[in-house]
Every structure is written in structure tokens, then in C-alpha cells.
Design a protein around this ligand. Structure first.
Ligand code: NAD
Length: 260
């Protein structure tokens, strides 16, 4: 379905980004990976996922908090594959603290990585998508793009911001064959959330298993994590012909979190 297309997924060496990269590779898209950590392991997983289609996998290690590195990455992707047809803005970090204690440098890096990077990649990817009259921008927001939670000021501000950016990008491109939509997951068991479970367990003096149960029952009525495979399939759906006229939605996959 996506043979001959190229998808760039930021923060795709782990968690949700890796799950989406694999799902798009399974549909035949060539993939540009980005992120830190286990690059070789991620590349191997994505190559295996796209094996039946002979997909190619490239990697650029741009730091999403640095616009000049983002520019290098977008040039690199175009050099490797001609252009980026599918852009998934996924890289993100978290920090929890009350507003009055929130470290200023953490605020700045969360806004830069979770929000501003999506502006930079989008502004650089759009001209080629518009010229080709086909493009998909998928912004990985969060339920925290729709509702708040205590102690997450920077994250909630960035995620609400990316939902707004999604709507504007969708409106500007609605008649040009380029769609932009946001995905808003609830809890997904990735290293980003494991850190929060470990902190909760330590704070409440309970096991990680008990802390996990508490975390889910507090917010997520389905009482289970959304999987990275499920999110990958939703991203692939946005790239399918069924997604041609879906513009500017913030689509939650949250086990009922925001239905409450
Ligand atoms: P993760 O920690 O497993 O992965 C984050 C990825 O981003 C990694 O590949 C990491 O290397 C990369 N990254 C971090 N800082 C970067 C930087 N400065 N430059 C480039 N890459 C960088 O996290 P995850 O849970 O998979 O989160 C992915 C996205 O999904 C984030 O935007 C997060 O806010 C969002 N999200 C996660 C959950 C959840 O429950 N896990 C829920 C809703 C939304």
C-alpha cells in the first residue's frame, strides 16, 4: 500500500515511534529513523518488518531540540529517498513537578522537543508534499493534548500546542492532498511511562505491579495499556486511502480516558 513512499518518524528508536515505523514498513514504506539509544536494534526490527517489500531504512541522529540539526535531517532524508511523504512527529520527553518547582531548563526542552520540533519538520517537509499533491503529517500528541494532569505543566502545554498546530497545518493543506492529524494515546507501556511507574512505586512504597494497577485504574477505564502495534495500525490507517479526507482530528486511543 505504501510502496515507493518514504516515512520519517522522529524518536523512532524506542516505544511508540518504533511501533509506528514498523507498521509503516509493513505497508512497504521506506523509513528514516531518528532518536537516541539502540539504533542498530531498531533498524534491524524495522528492516524485518518491511522485509516482504524490500524496504530501505536510513537513520539520522538529529537532536529534536536543535533546529539546525532538524534541517540537516530533512535534507538527509530528501537526499536518501527524494522526499518525505509521511512525517510522524513523535519524539517526546516528560518531566513531572508542580509549576512553582518546574525546572526552567526542563520546561524549555519539553517545549522544544515535544512541540517546536514538529513545527520545524513540518515547515521543511510541506513544500515537497504540496508539490507532489500527497502527504501525511501525523503528530503524536497525547490525551494530555485534550485534558490536563497535575505536575505535567510543560508536557500538557506542549501537547495542547501540537493539537493546535495540527489543526492549522490541516486547514492550510486541506485542498492540497496533504493531511495532518494528531493521535492522542492514553497510557502506553514504554520507557517514558515505566519511569513514572517506578517513581510512583518508590513514592508510595508499593511494588511496580501495584503501581501499574493504580496508574491504570486512576485514568484508563479499559484498565490496560494501548500497545505500540495498535498505534502503528492507526498511523497506517491515516496513510491509507480511507484517510484521504481526514483533516485536523485529534484521535484518542486511550481506553476511555477522555470519555469520562
Ligand atoms: P520513549 O521514551 O519510549 O521514546 C522516545 C523517543 O524519542 C526515543 O526514540 C528517544 O530516543 C527519542 N528522543 C528523546 N529526546 C529526543 C531528542 N531530543 N531528539 C531526538 N529524539 C529524541 O517514549 P514513548 O512513550 O514512545 O513516547 C513517544 C511519544 O508518544 C512522545 O511524544 C510522548 O509524549 C507520546 N505519548 C506517550 C504516551 C505513553 O504512555 N508512553 C502517551 C501519550 C503520548
Amino acid at each position: 500500500m505504501l510502496n515507493g513512499k518514504t516515512a520519517l518518524v522522529t524518536g523512532s528508536t524506542s516505544g511508540i515511534g518504533l511501533g509506528i515505523a514498523k507498521a509503516l514498513a509493513r505497508q512497504g514504506a521506506n523509513i528514516v529513523l531518528n532518536g537516541f539509544g539502540d539504533v542498530d536494534g531498531s533498524r534491524a526490527e524495522v528492516l524485518e518488518a518491511g522485509n516482504a517489500h524490500g524496504v530501505k531504512v536510513a537513520y539520522h541522529g538529529a537532536d529534536m531540540s536543535r533546529p539546525s540539526e532538524i534541517e540537516d535531517m530533512m535534507k538527509y532524508a530528501a537526499g536518501q529517498f527524494g522526499r518525505v511523504d509521511i512525517l510522524v512527529n513523535n519524539a517526546g520527553i516528560q518531566h513531572v513537578a508542580p509549576v512553582q518547582d518546574f525546572p526552567v531548563e526542563k520546561w524549555d526542552s519539553i517545549i522544544a522537543i515535544n512541540l517546536s520540533s514538529a513545527f520545524h519538520t513540518s515547515r521543511l517537509a510541506l513544500p515537497a508534499m504540496q508539490a507532489a499533491k500527497w502527504g501525511r503529517i501525523i503528530n503524536i500528541a497525547s490525551v494530555h493534548g485534550l485534558v490536563g494532569s497535575a505536575q505535567k505543566a510543560a508536557y500538557v502545554a506542549a501537547k495542547h500546542g501540537i493539537v493546535g498546530l495540527t489543526k492549522v497545518t490541516a486547514l492550510e493543506n486541506a485542498a492540497l492532498g496533504v493531511t495532518c492529524n494528531a493521535i492522542c494515546p492514553g497510557w502506553v507501556l514504554t520507557p517514558l511511562v515505566q519511569k513514572q511507574i517506578d517513581a510512583k512505586a518508590a513514592e508510595n512504597g508499593v511494588s511496580a505491579e501495584e503501581a501499574t494497577k493504580e496508574l491504570l485504574s486512576e485514568k484508563e477505564p479499559s484498565l490496560r495499556f494501548t500497545t505500540t502495534d495498535e498505534l502503528g495500525e492507526l498511523a497506517a490507517f491515516f496513510c491509507s486511502p480511507a484517510g484521504n479526507n481526514i483533516c485536523g482530528v485529534a484521535w484518542n486511543m486511550d481506553g476511555g480516558w477522555t470519555a469520562q
